[in-house]
Design a protein around this ligand. Sequence first.
Ligand code: FSX
Ligand code: SF4
Ligand code: F3S
Length: 401
Amino acid sequence: MKDQEFEHLPSHFGMVSRRDFLKFCTIAAATMGLPMSMGLRMAEAVAAAKRPPVIWLSGQECTGCTETLLRSTHPTVEHLILNLISVDYHETLSVPSGHLAEEAKKASIKENKGKFILVTEGAIPTKDGGIYCLVGGRPVLEIVRETAPYAAAIVAIGSCAAWGGIPAAAPNPTGAVSTQEVLGDKFKVINIPGCPPNPYNFLSTVLYLVTFKKLPELDEKNRPLFAYRRLIHEGCERRPHFDAGRFALEFDDEGHRRGWCLYKLGCKGPVTYNNCPAVLFGDVGARSWPVGTGCPCFGCSEKEVAFTEPIPAMASLKFVEPSPALVGEGAESRPGGRVLRLTPPKTFAPIEAPRGAGPSAATVGVLAGLAGAALGAGAVAASRLGKGKETETAAETKKED
Ligand code: FSX
Ligand code: SF4
Ligand code: F3S
């Protein structure tokens, strides 16, 4: 596309140049599985529209969700966010405080009925009338309930808001629940879980709302499918080591230092849907996502995993059939079009391999063939992987080298 094609757009979106903004919109469109041309349409929608007002309510949380929006660059997410939306009320970011802030919130809700985006951050305590989290002397439980009916869209940012997160972990002394649970079925809350969540997933969701004026396609947990369609395990750069049966068994052992798979250190990538391996965030250096830095995924975007499953526990492995969109017509359709890309061979490596490097791809392929249908072989190997006796350790390998 030639430069003249963009001249109808402003040269800057606030502090972000047109070039950077277009670049971001194009990447966001690609992330959402939309044609590249949609990037331009998104930029046009943002340029044409009045910035949607946002009322940002906080409950029980660590403010990491807000921090993650403010601590990134390329191009600076907070600039994108603050130029895309008008944050009329945010307990951490608002300049006014106390009564002035509360007044500003009321005025914005009144003025923008049916037009503002309500963002909730943090879990909401319900026990004893919600007295365990008061804002302006009132339970946040009441504040969320009275604000939601006037919102155009409701976005729960972070796992605490999306499903209770840390505050709702057993024994959940305050009766903490998610925004959706507080509001009930009359409302559709878009969940962007993660602890903290990926700011680009939030930003892309807002871009989608502004451009298409409707909710993005959601999965059964109300997460935008464009971000939560795939398991971490499908896109992980350590996946070849998993397939080859090379596992780190202790932090800082030989396997860990060599970048082997973290499955046996409790990585929950095989049961966690999120796009972290593809859409990095945090900007702490190269490969800045948990597994990239050597830390097992703890399943922060899954209600049944993070703060529920013990961190060292090994995740159960499952197969998910490819969606028709990926394998062509004739494949069985699954809710949400979920896919688990089975990199060849179509099975998991056995863990009881001789010491040293894991079995070769060819060996595993033969094993799969011997065990019968690929799916059956996969299930067998998967169950062995979860229960198998650990006869090979990277540390032992090192000793014997
Ligand atoms: Fe929860 Fe957000 Fe985890 Fe923290 O505020 S999702 S505890 S990173 O930050 O709500
Ligand atoms: Fe990556 Fe974890 Fe899967 Fe290993 S188990 S390939 S570290 S996601
Ligand atoms: Fe969370 Fe796992 Fe990604 S812990 S940030 S879902 S790698």
